[in-house]
Design a protein around this ligand. Structure first.
Ligand SMILES: Cc1cc2nc3c(=O)[nH]c(=O)nc-3n(C[C@H](O)[C@H](O)[C@H](O)COP(=O)(O)O)c2cc1C
Length: 432
């Protein structure tokens, strides 16, 4: 049952998008910066390609690091998972975090994952700092939140220190609890203005920037970055060590370079080197985690403090709950606690996610929800013709009819934990 999205605002907390339609956007930097992702999604929609279809290639697959089987996890790893994680002033009960995914990790998706359980901290999509403090474009919609949507960090990006500071101060004044600086985005539009992964090229500049930001706000400041710009400039360990010195609360490392884009597989040795470069600052490892085994193995291989999961959460929204079940089941020597959601629960999930979207986006929710159809197809065992309809539906009434049909035909398509093709921006990274 949908318990309803509470729209009771915390004092000073933003719910603009739930209360009024977004203003016309004269400057939609965020959207521009995602052109390639949008183009890609649109192309996939046109081709009616599911992330679950087609041959796996090095460039578009989420390389499986472990098969979907239960590995024996070292007792000290499980013990670590049962220990809360301190990030700045925040104590997280779970060490498994939602990585930001522009276009997906909106309020509705964050809330629905939280309801399933096991999610330690979520971060918003990246938001351009100037847009945020000046209130332009859809930036305020991207950071819309509710009391249920906690703990939350807002991710901002810019190549300019003053913009980052103004955005962070604005967030603090509105009652947000954490700010994350994007130093990993590979998109040309973001890098061209000195932001995202470009910041990793000039370490002194990046450290100065973050130091000034930390001095300007009381909020815990975290940084999400890649291993470096390319294989010859792996600056993440050096940056992480410097960030620890100036008081950064945690860093998240996507174990690829900017030059790699989403190609190849995640370099766990590279992440481990970042872990080894710091003393106590938590390092959150990220990349290619799509099963419980992947997540626990990441902890074991890298020594990281926590794991951020992005695409794996869209392919299997129950992944955080599964991890929690495994972590606590093994402590009691219980087996098989990594339970699959029942068909009813799966349908409820679909309905609730769409309803949450409607509460925030009204008529735009159909368009926004369609993007999820292909990701949910395998996990929810949605027959392919219905998945196709979900990718094109135009109204809430049509959505309800499709879900009823899925319910009736549930089980027709074998449900599986996806070893799916995961569509990401492709082609030479210079052209993104
Ligand atoms: C569609 C898409 C959008 C993304 N948007 C963001 C973003 O807004 N901010 C960010 O720091 N990383 C972003 N990323 C990178 C992810 O957070 C993550 O680092 C990367 O996908 C690897 O993790 P995963 O394999 O768990 O997805 C995005 C990735 C994808 C595929």
């Amino acid at each position: 049952m949908l318990t309803g999205l509470s729209l009771t605002p915390l004092p000073r907390l933003l719910l603009h998008s739930t209360l009024r339609p977004p203003p016309p956007a004269p400057c939609v930097f965020i959207d521009d910066s995602r052109t390639q992702i949008r183009r890609f999604v649109l192309a996939a929609d046109r081709r009616r390609v599911s992330p679950c279809q087609g041959p796996r290639t090095a460039s578009n697959s989420l390389c499986p690091t472990t098969e979907n089987r239960k590995l024996k996890t070292a007792p000290q790893i499980l013990e670590k998972c049962r220990t809360p994680l301190q990030i700045g002033s925040r104590l997280l009960t779970d060490r498994f975090l939602l990585a930001p995914l522009a276009g997906y990790t909106h309020l509705a998706f964050r809330v629905i994952l939280r309801r399933l359980g096991g999610l330690g901290l979520a971060t918003t999509d990246l938001v351009q700092a100037t847009m945020l403090w000046s209130g332009h474009g859809r930036s305020r919609e991207l950071v819309a939140t509710t009391p249920e949507d906690r703990p939350l960090s807002v991710q901002i990006f810019s190549g300019r220190t003053d913009d980052l500071i103004r955005a962070a101060v604005w967030l603090q004044e509105q009652g947000y609890e954490g700010v994350d600086i994007n130093m990993g985005c590979p998109m040309a539009k973001v890098n061209g203005s000195g932001g995202g992964a470009r910041l990793m090229c000039s370490t002194d500049n990046a450290v100065r920037m973050v130091e000034q930001l930390i001095a300007a706000v009381r909020l815990p400041v975290t940084v999400k970055m890649r291993l470096g710009w390319d294989a010859t400039t792996l600056t993440a360990p050096e940056l992480a060590a410097a960030f620890e010195q100036i008081g950064v609360a945690a860093v998240t490392i996507h174990g690829r370079t900017r030059a790699q884009g989403f190609h190849g597989s995640v370099n766990r040795d590279g992440i481990r080197q970042v872990v080894q470069a710091v003393r106590t600052m938590p390092v959150i490892a990220n990349g290619d985690v799509r099963t419980v085994d992947d997540a626990l193995q990441m902890l074991q291989d890298t020594g990281c403090a926590g794991v951020a999961i992005g695409r794996g959460a869209m392919l299997d929204p129950w992944i955080f709950r599964r991890i929690r079940q495994r972590v606590y089941a093994e402590s009691e020597a219980a087996d098989g606690a990594d339970t699959d959601p029942s068909p009813d629960e799966q349908m409820q999930f679909l309905e609730q996610h769409f309803e949450l979207m409607q509460q925030q986006h009204a008529e735009r929710s159909c368009v926004l929800f369609r993007k999820f159809a292909a990701w949910y197809g395998c996990t929810l065992g949605i027959p392919e013709d219905l998945e196709d309809r979900l990718r094109r539906f135009e109204s809430a009434a049509e959505f309800a009819r499709i879900v009823n049909e899925i319910r009736r035909r549930h089980g027709e398509r074998a449900r599986r934990v996806p070893t799916a093709l995961l569509k990401v921006p492709n082609g030479p990274v210079e052209h993104w």
